[in-house]
Design a protein. Structure first.
Lengths: 209, 283
């Protein structure tokens, strides 16, 4: 039995469609219900929805053999798993943004608001910049507008929300997209099954987007 | 039987190691903190649990066994073979507090020959077989020296660690986007038939050791995701997995680097640790 953890939400649905078009179907999985676990006996596979941020935990601890997780979440949690395929779904960027016209003059500690403290810490320590991390749970655009922070480190898709709040990207930190991850031990002992899934998904990743 | 599975396994491992001529090494649970302070690069967990002794000296609960054993070896012209069955104190990754972790293992210290290294790997295979108790098991083997060499020109430590992270995650698309050396990407892709993959390795000690262990090839793979701390390991490195346990239960390798850091300039050493606490996670 292969266990698959998918992130609940828009990204997960996109990834599920990729599975479906590659021959891995779980009837009823996209219907609006509270059911979380779906089994396909014929394929000997089980698929479940979990919170996007938790996918790496399920995979690292072996409850799921494989899973799909955004690169942002992988960078933030840094799980000990294999990252085997770029699923090329949900392509966007992790960027640092500030109010239009802001110049970082290095005179003060840079105040950084973010939902991704580890990503922010790693990025700025790579630059050797001293920062003060302010961890928030959303509506990050507000932080520089109200003076809570100098910059934000956040996911940027189209940039519309930034523009509407007079913010602008000052640097790109990473390219993001969904990745297929696998538990290290499961990949040893279910190697043929997992490689077959990767082979089939890999053939379709470019068609889906 | 009153013994827990991990206690039973520990006993059978002790039996195995002493049958190969390894001597039991018993040590104190704590050392002076100073001993670890300048060796942080070699420790798996950077946090050390400390307390003040009655004479005011700062002491540390042992975070690592190998360092303590090397410290007590005087003469590296002779070969010393030890095994231990101890507890170490570490903060596991993502944990919020210290944990006591049982650790059983061996150290082979002195001049390293092909035969000596082969014996260490053979014992790793036999240990896995004993613990697996009928389940499948696999030993991933790689050469840390080859990776160090390939990364010699990468002065940027940030990029180096990014590349090493991709290597340990078999992240081929990541290695390509970091412009990692071609050869390193090829090594990262290995993990199939060992007799074919062996041709990708340089004429190193690792190759001779693997050729020496043909009887074990069914349960061995050449897999460079086993490469971890390049400060610690310089030659062959390996990691053992057992079906049903979600993480590696055995890890080890050749650590001449650490020997020379501890003042034994031309000495070699290899060893491994088994984390029997993981046996309760068997599903």
């Amino acid at each position: 039995m292969i266990n698959i953890a998918l992130p609940k939400g828009r990204l997960g649905e996109k990834v599920y469609r990729l599975f479906e078009s590659s021959g891995y179907e779980f009837p009823g999985i996209l219907e609006n219900s509270r059911k979380l676990v779906f089994v396909n006996e014929a394929l000997n596979m089980r698929c479940f929805w979990v919170k996007p941020f938790d996918v790496p935990v399920y995979v690292e601890r072996g409850t799921a053999d494989i899973g799909a997780a955004g690169k942002d979440i992988l960078m933030e949690r840094n799980p000990d798993v294999y990252e085997l395929l770029d699923l090329k779904a949900g392509i966007c960027r992790m960027s640092a943004a500030s109010l239009n016209g802001f110049v970082d003059d290095n005179e003060k500690t840079l105040r950084v608001a973010t939902e991704f403290p580890n990503i922010a810490k790693n990025y700025y320590s790579g630059l050797g910049r001293d920062i003060d991390i302010i961890e928030l749970r959303g509506s990050l655009e507000l932080a520089p507008v109200l003076g809570l922070s100098d910059v934000i480190v956040d996911i940027v898709e189209t940039g519309t929300t930034l523009r509407e709040n007079n913010l602008t990207v000052i640097s790109d930190i990473a390219e993001l997209s969904a990745r297929l991850i696998a538990n290290k031990s499961a990949y040893k002992f279910k190697n043929d099954e997992i490689n077959e899934i990767i082979r089939r998904l890999g053939k379709n990743v470019n068609k889906i987007n | 039987m009153l013994l827990l599975p991990e206690e039973k396994a520990a006993l059978s491992l002790r039996e195995l190691y002493s049958s190969f001529g390894y001597k039991f090494y018993r040590m104190s649970r704590f050392e002076e903190y100073d001993f670890y302070a300048d060796k942080k690069d070699f420790l798996i967990s950077k946090s050390v649990l400390t307390f003040t002794d009655i004479n005011g000296r700062l002491m540390a609960l042992r975070p690592d066994v190998t360092l303590s054993i090397i410290r007590h070896v005087k003469d590296t012209d002779l070969i010393s073979k030890f095994f231990y069955d101890e507890k170490v104190y570490r903060v596991p990754k993502n944990a919020k507090s210290f944990r006591e972790i049982p650790q059983t293992g061996i150290e082979y210290i002195g001049k390293l020959s092909v035969d000596g290294l082969s014996e260490v790997i053979e014992l790793a295979m036999l240990s896995l077989k004993k613990i697996a108790d009928g389940r499948k098991y696999i030993l991933d083997v790689a050469d840390a020296g080859m990776i160090s060499k390939l990364l010699e020109d990468f002065r940027d430590s940030h990029k180096r660690s990014e590349i090493l992270k991709c290597l340990s995650g078999k992240n081929i698309h990541g290695l390509k986007s970091l412009n990692a050396p071609e050869k390193l990407i090829r090594l990262a892709e290995l993990g199939g038939n060992i007799d074919k993959d062996i041709n990708e390795l340089d004429g190193s000690l690792t190759v001779s050791v693997l050729k020496n262990l043909k009887n074990y090839h069914n349960e061995m793979r050449i897999d460079f995701s086993a490469v971890s701390n390049l400060n610690y390991y310089n030659g062959i490195v390996f990691r053992g997995f057992i079906q049903g346990i979600p993480e590696s239960i055995l890890s080890g390798g050749q650590y001449d680097n650490m020997m020379s850091m501890m003042g034994h300039k031309n000495a070699g050493a290899a060893g491994f640790a088994v984390y029997l606490g993981l046996m309760e996670r068997i599903s």
